[in-house]
Design a protein around this ligand. Sequence first.
Ligand SMILES: Cc1cc2nc3c(=O)[nH]c(=O)nc-3n(C[C@H](O)[C@H](O)[C@H](O)COP(=O)(O)OP(=O)(O)OC[C@H]3O[C@@H](n4cnc5c(N)ncnc54)[C@H](O)[C@@H]3O)c2cc1C
Length: 411
Amino acid sequence: MSTIAIVGGGPAGLMAAEVLSQPGLEVHLYDAMPSVGRKFLLAGIGGLNLTHAEPFNDFVLRYGSRQPEIESLLNHFTPQMVRDWARDLGIETFVGSSRRVFPLEMKAAPLLRAWLRRLRSAGVTFHTRHRWCGWEANQALKFSTPDGEILVHADAVILALGGGSWAKLGSDGAWLPLLAEQSVVIAPLQPANCGFQVLWSEYFRGRFAALPLKSVILSFTDATGKSYQKLGELMITVTGIEGSLIYALSAPLRDTINACGSVTVYLDLVPDKNLPRLVKELAKPRGSKSMANHLRSRIGIEGAKAGLLREYLSATEFANPELLAAAIKTMPMKLIATRPIDEAISTAGGVCFESLDAQLMLKTMSGVFCAGEMLDWEAPTGGYLLTAALASGRAAGLGALAWLQTGKNFH
Ligand SMILES: Cc1cc2nc3c(=O)[nH]c(=O)nc-3n(C[C@H](O)[C@H](O)[C@H](O)COP(=O)(O)OP(=O)(O)OC[C@H]3O[C@@H](n4cnc5c(N)ncnc54)[C@H](O)[C@@H]3O)c2cc1C
């Protein structure tokens, strides 16, 4: 009987366990944490966005430069198959207004419970509090456990160790040097779907942190001269900005900061009114009304939008309808850094596909497969992260199965 060691009990590792749990195989899943699936459970707190119901041709575009590699995985585990798989576990899904797909109950816990039950009854053995620390000379996996260090010999190994954010949930990126030592090519981990730092004044931070900026258009030009423009909603934070609009553009924003040291974005605070209309409205006499009331009643600017104008404009600009209107349409905001990687929803970088064969086996280590967020790809929020983690876990599991069946293992 062949023995398989899966290291990492997130969605990718669990999916690998699912395809490998068949007669004739002994599957052991190891995780450093006291329980598996912790980030998956966190993902369920704000509503588990399992996948996305847009046409497949659009779906695969979300993986940017890694589209070819991820698409070939998704061809065998499509967004519809994710929904079917969840249904098979007793979890019905629905398509939300933005075509994002959620479980009916929105949460991850019922799905994870059903999944673990199925894996256990299929014979998968779970070893929690087992931190993988690398290899011994004879290819044995070294784990640190509450009972001390142990060595594990396996016929095939799946590494599904996650990225490098939310380290307290288990994925801390500590695997990087362990794989680098084995001549695996790894792109540095970077925050993805992350917030950005802005130098707010004490006053602005104190008054407006945690308030949203709704229906704004954000535009900027990256280091190569490519322009981006997107309508959406963002959130003011104590340290800067975050939210769906920012996450959607976080990759080019991050790359521009990497290339130029900072990036200036421009906000259109009132996209539904053009500049001449704004000038006309703002130039109307305000009588005894305060400027704040004038802005609110004439053009609907209040709250954090009004705060931003106060933050960035001089008294002279504020008093001049043309200058004020121009600032409302193109409010410059300088982003000086990404927020730390640990706060990010996901991470870019990881094991490069060039280091893997088509079955996700490391070219430098026969019988060792990699899956999930630890691979070098990124995608926006919208269910794209979980779908690719699941699809790659499945591909790595099937790859290991095929590799064992063709007898190419070293035992
Ligand atoms: C707040 C938040 C919300 C999110 N919401 C969504 C969403 O709605 N939709 C979506 O698609 N994605 C979402 N994501 C992203 C998604 O959760 C991840 O992309 C996904 O969990 C990655 O799966 P994975 O299996 O590759 O890694 P992980 O889920 O990170 O699992 C990796 C596992 O490996 C273990 N591990 C790591 N190192 C070791 C070691 N040395 N030894 C042993 N075990 C180890 C960890 O303990 C962990 O259990 C969200 C993420 C966050 C932080």
